[in-house]
Design a protein around this ligand. Structure first.
Ligand SMILES: [Zn+2]
Length: 215
């Protein structure tokens, strides 16, 4: 609903968020399948462990930003600014490590030399170009465990990368499309580069709230 904001009410058992402290353990769910232990939001990727006495919960990025949680390093309590900086660094490192792990799994699953180029490109840019994304995703989909393509950021800001996307064949554009943010999708749609499956995504999204596309 336009103008309405989701209100997050914490379960009574959680009590005061400030009584919980970060353990500095993070988890990266490459299927976006984790539920936040504070607000109950589903489909989370990175979650953070918080502890209170003997209890521990895994909570989402929004809750970590919303509440003043405790956090200490070597017994010294950090102020909220230092906590944010610490979490920012840990989150970025974890996400990069996850992407590197997935790329090395793909390297092990194919003889295609392009994937080696993908690995070098990711090391330099921490993002994938549209054409490297298409190459990687085609191998990634053959891996035994499902991995959501949105764990990778795709470069679409420059004209060169936008054209690169537009020049991909239909199957490759479809592969990359679901890794793009809604904003990226809108921009590429404006350029006439959207793959034809868009109508089907919209239909599936409205019927069950989830996007499922078969290519
Ligand atoms: Zn939450």
């Amino acid at each position: 609903m336009p103008g309405s904001r989701l209100r997050y009410r914490l379960h009574e058992a959680i009590g005061k968020p400030g009584d919980w402290s970060l353990s500095w353990s993070l988890a990266d769910d490459v299927t976006f399948g984790t539920c936040c232990g504070f607000c109950g939001q589903e489909r989370q990727r990175v979650t953070y462990e918080v502890e209170r006495d003997a209890q521990s919960l895994w909570i989402c990025q929004r809750c970590v930003g919303r509440y003043d949680l405790g956090g200490a390093i070597d017994g010294v309590r950090l102020n909220p600014q230092a906590i944010r900086a610490q979490l920012h660094g840990l989150t970025a490192r974890l996400k990069q490590q996850t992407c590197r792990d997935v790329i090395s799994q793909c390297l092990g699953a194919t003889d295609d030399p392009t994937i080696l180029e993908v690995a070098l490109h990711f090391d330099r840019n921490l993002q994938l170009s549209p054409s490297y994304a298409a190459s990687l995703f085609s191998v990634m989909m053959t891996l035994p465990k499902p991995i959501d393509r949105r764990i990778f950021e795709i470069q679409t800001r420059s004209k060169a990368h936008q054209s690169e996307f537009g020049e991909l064949d239909h199957a490759s554009r479809s592969l990359v499309w679901l890794a793009l943010t809604p904003q990226q999708q809108r921009r590429l749609t404006g350029l006439g580069f959207a793959p034809r499956m868009r109508a089907r995504i919209a239909a599936n999204r409205s019927s069950n709230g989830q996007i499922s596309v078969t290519i």
